[in-house]
Write a protein that binds this ligand. Structure first.
Ligand code: GYE
Length: 326
């Protein structure tokens, strides 16, 4: 009986490959292109735009089909996209989680469907690490530490006795916001010269960076603020506009520390209007696609990969050719 079914199946297969009984030559099986479902969180900053470009270019150079959706800063839309990638049975899902919490359910669905998930750029908070296969992104805690270490060097160079710091933070509960804050606070903790007098969120947006700086100047006045630590360049550039209008000389009257390294910020650093840029590279596409290749080849891939990043500042060589920006 079993043997009979087996033979029937073989016969059916033979018919299928021989073009349903016609005498056409059997066509070689076309290997299907690798399909990557990618949920980008938004387009809030130059960093994000460069990051999207890096993903698109890397996918093209690997010959992968990139099904990309942009969530416009909304977690619900990211969850919806991930569900649609599962329904389309993509080979690998990549996403950049806007915030850290609230992903377990949808990631369990991906796991049940047998689709590996790569977290790109930001991390998630979960009690089950098996819900993602790999993470590729910056070590944001180390970035915060580098910002704090720069400030210590700068205070030494200025001979400052005391400095009031205001922080313009990124999207609340996102990994870069949480860890850039923790790293910075840890680095300056225990140094009595520093007081963080306020911290408000500018959501990584230039327009909100402007609003934050306006609020901070209203609250403390130019003389009440010695340092602005901003979690990204877009917000920093917005804050610089406000300082300009208020007749404050950024970089001189107020020490400005920022994160990312976009071209416009690097130009401001070279003009002395930004004091320090902690580099955060958006060029993650190549590393992500290398992981996709590993996974589709059936290899075990590293769970966590961080790019190598540096710091550009007025205490370093401003002619450093590395300091080019994106
Ligand atoms: O620093 C900021 C962007 O998650 C590292 O998000 C990223 C951050 C980046 O909007 O500019």
């Amino acid at each position: 009986m079993r043997r009979g079914i087996g033979l029937l199946l073989i016969a059916a297969l033979l018919l299928a490959v021989s073009g349903c009984g016609t005498d056409r030559e059997a066509e070689p099986a076309v290997p299907h292109a690798v399909v990557v479902g990618f949920s980008q969180l938004g387009a809030e900053s130059s960093w994000r735009i460069a990051n999207t470009e890096s993903m698109v270019n890397a996918a093209a150079s690997y010959g992968y089909v990139l099904m990309m959706e942009n969530a416009n800063q909304k977690q619900e839309l990211q969850i919806k996209s991930i569900r649609s990638f599962i329904a389309s049975r993509v080979d690998v899902i990549v996403f950049s989680p806007i915030v850290e919490t609230g992903w377990d359910n949808v990631l369990r669905e991906a796991q049940q469907a047998g689709i590996p998930v790569i977290l790109m750029d930001r991390m998630i908070e979960t009690s089950d690490d098996s819900l993602y296969t790999a993470y590729v992104g910056a070590d944001f805690y180390a970035e915060g530490v580098r910002a704090g270490e720069y400030l210590i060097r700068k205070a030494d160079a200025l001979g400052a006795e005391h400095m009031n710091i205001v922080e313009i933070s990124g999207t609340i509960d996102s990994t870069p916001m949480r860890d850039r804050q923790r790293g910075f606070m840890d680095a300056i903790a225990g140094d009595p010269r520093f007081t963080v007098i306020d911290s408000i969120s500018g959501d990584f947006l230039r327009s909100k960076g402007e609003e934050c700086m306006t609020t901070l100047l209203d609250r403390y006045g130019a003389d009440g603020i010695d340092v602005v630590y901003s979690h990204n360049d877009s917000m920093t550039l917005g804050a610089l506009d406000v300082m300009d209008r208020a007749g404050i000389r950024p970089g001189q009257d107020i020490v400005v520390i920022t994160v990312d390294g976009e071209k416009e910020a690097v130009a401001e650093l070279k003009k002395g209007r930004i004091n320090c840029i902690v580099q955060c590279t958006p060029a993650l596409g190549g590393s992500v696609m290398a992981l996709v290749q590993g996974l589709t080849d059936g290899r075990i891939v590293p769970k966590i990969s961080h790019p190598v990043e540096g710091t550009y500042s007025d205490l370093d060589d401003l002619d450093d050719p590395e300091m080019e920006g994106f």
